[in-house]
Design a protein around this ligand. Sequence first.
Ligand SMILES: *Cc1c(COP(=O)(O)O)cnc(C)c1O
Length: 387
Amino acid sequence: MSEQQHRNKSGFETRAIHAGYEPDPTTGAVIPPIYATSTYKQDGVGGLRGGYEYSRSANPTRTALEGALAAVEEGERGFAFASGLAAEDTLVRALCRPGDHVVIPDDAYGGTFRLFDKVEQAWGLTHSPAPVSDVDAVRAAIRPGETKLVWVETPTNPLLNIGDIEALAAVAHDAGALLVVDNTFASPYLQQPLVLGADVVVHSTTKYVGGHSDVVGGAIVVRDLDVAEAVTFHQNAMGAVPGPFDSFLTHRGLKTLAVRMDRHCDNAERVVEFLTGHPAVSQVIYPGLEEHPGHAVAGRQMKRYGGMVSFRVAGGEAAALAVCERTEVFTLAESLGGIESLIEHPGRMTHASVAGTDLEVPADLVRLSVGIETVDDLIADLDRAFG
Ligand SMILES: *Cc1c(COP(=O)(O)O)cnc(C)c1O
């Protein structure tokens, strides 16, 4: 089956495993080799083999990953980067110019907020925060003629707010802006924003796509060829590309995304059930719960509700910190989306930089990245930690 057929006709799992690569014509290698080379022999000046000239511009291991990323997001072109933030910076420079304006989530991933606030702003790009769950607030934050991008995450971190991608795309397009969706928390298995009308998807592939907490990376997937051209130029001109080893690891992770995500979701649902009944827990935050304000929208646009769970501890901050310090199977660490379960205190860890601002998170909040271990062990671990 040709690559185009894989993209158009195959199911998600088949695309994740086969798209982007045909077994190597000379050796038959089933898996893309790690092409540890910076440059390529030319057959006479300008006689490039397969278009490869220099590995910042393109490298076959990265090409395979980029094809697979495009296929799983049902986009036209995929691009791999050295980190999620490198992907974001490249995208902004490709699509905006100094003097432009962007709307960003009022609870954006901290690194994304810092990028817009400290780096892109110094370059002349202004931004307005708006809650992704409130379409009218996003519309009101747009400055017609000036706003080039409406940037959203859904679900958001750590409060798991949900943005209606279809409605937000309409609002962005009405104003002549593009909708960018950071799809890191859902992963392409659970949610495909381009199919819902978004123009660009970005990922920290460090999280669910890589999936094993062993590689940092980022991605952009686009559906429009003009946008693809601008990103292609900037990817090469700015040079924040992943090396072949990183590309290999990320691609290897992507192939098992579907089975991992289903187990992440199974385990998260069981953990939510346990927490919901627990006297030490005052609130469980999970889009799969009927009382979650984004439950209906999440049900429409996500296949399942994901592996991230947040909860508030009835005993307050000290009790929340104690839970984080007492678990043994859940590892106390930042990041998310790996096979191993992680626990963290957003107020003191991932979200410490927004303390004292409008973005401050509750001090009694705990965030879980539910892994794919034996779920009974995860529940027993939390039960023990509550003491
Ligand atoms: C981690 C993360 C990023 C940044 O990605 P890096 O790979 O750490 O640079 C961006 N968005 C979200 C939602 C994230 O969780």
